[in-house]
Unconditional design. Structure first.
Ligand code: GLU
Length: 306
């Protein structure tokens, strides 16, 4: 059993929240639990709550899965404000911001393959971080001409190496991490998650990002982008992942891990909500029938943090 949620630090000035599932598979209880935390914290601050479908990866995204995710979220009592935003429809907006970064001299083209990056990172004098070693940032004009002639479309990377990004997570505390020259647009033209999420959160007015702890390692790159784009940095709270009884991240082999599977076993959606909320420490009598019980418990949690 994991400890209940505990938050630190002052409340964000702008507490609007969001949940942003990738429609590549059915939400499992861990995803639903994170969504419930994000929703309850926003509602406890009388803030708006946004829903976004992160379908940037066309190969892995399914419209029917997105619909099912929205239904499951509604079934456990989560509601949201405004239209559901889909990343696949925002390409022009991402391109506009890429142009801005480029005009500021913050981008360069990169032709490296995955194998080349892997070999460079492993070399004896490779970089001290795990990320991109900066190979294409040091190309001569002649080397660039050769790569351009190859016809292979380059990815776009930021010039971030050598800088640090710092932020304070409302759950896990202060973090500071070195940046690498990460990708904002892939060679095939697809925009990167780190870029899209920053623009989307900004455009949807999101001031508090509550999401799974598996995304904590992406946050320094997003903070860096917010800073370079002159955008206010949201408050972050990375919720510990739900683990199976063996201590491993929740997965299919742990049994009934989706809402549909729990319902098939006789549990109501309200009972699942109450269970997930009690694990987070924001449950309470009546939570099975009334989602507002959870909002009230989240308000008490915020009171203790302030
Ligand atoms: N779409 C991402 C995921 O499902 C979450 C993005 C985010 O919350 O920033 O893992």
């Amino acid at each position: 059993m994991q400890p209940p949620l505990s938050l630190r630090g002052p409340r964000p000035a702008q507490p609007d929240g969001r949940f942003a599932p990738s429609p590549s598979g059915t939400l499992h209880l861990g995803n639903l639990r994170t969504a419930l935390a994000a929703w309850a914290l926003a509602r406890a601050q009388d803030a708006r709550f946004r829903l976004r479908i992160d379908d940037l990866d066309a190969g892995r995204s399914r419209a029917a899965v997105a619909d099912e995710q929205l239904r499951d979220l509604q079934a456990i009592g989560i509601d949201w404000d405004g239209p559901v935003i889909r990343q696949s429809q925002r390409t022009a907006r991402y391109a506009e911001v890429v142009d801005r970064l480029d005009a500021a001299g913050l981008l360069y083209r990169c032709w490296c393959t995955r194998a080349e990056i892997r070999d460079a990172v492993r070399a004896p004098h490779g970089p001290r971080h795990d990320g991109y070693p900066g190979t294409c940032s040091r190309l001569t004009a002649a080397q660039i001409a050769t790569r351009e002639a190859s016809g292979r479309p380059p990815a776009l990377r930021v010039r971030a190496s050598g800088t640090f990004a710092s932020f304070t997570d409302r759950i896990s505390g202060p973090h500071s991490a070195p940046l690498d020259d990460f990708v904002v647009r892939r060679g095939d033209g697809a925009h990167a998650y780190n870029l899209a999420v920053v623009i989307d959160d900004r455009d949807q007015g999101v001031g508090e990002v509550v999401r799974g702890a598996d995304l904590l390692e992406t946050t320094p790159r997003q903070v860096w982008l917010h800073e370079r784009l002159g955008l206010p940095i949201p408050s972050y709270a990375h919720v510990p992942l739900l683990l199976g009884e063996d201590g491993e991240r929740l997965a299919k082999r742990h049994g009934a891990v989706t809402l549909a599977e729990r319902r098939a076993g006789g549990e109501s959606a309200g009972a699942v909500r109450a269970l997930l909320a009690s694990q987070l420490g924001i449950g309470g009598p009546g939570a099975e029938h009334d989602p507002q019980v959870i909002v009230a418990a989240a308000a008490a949690l915020l009171q203790r943090a302030a």
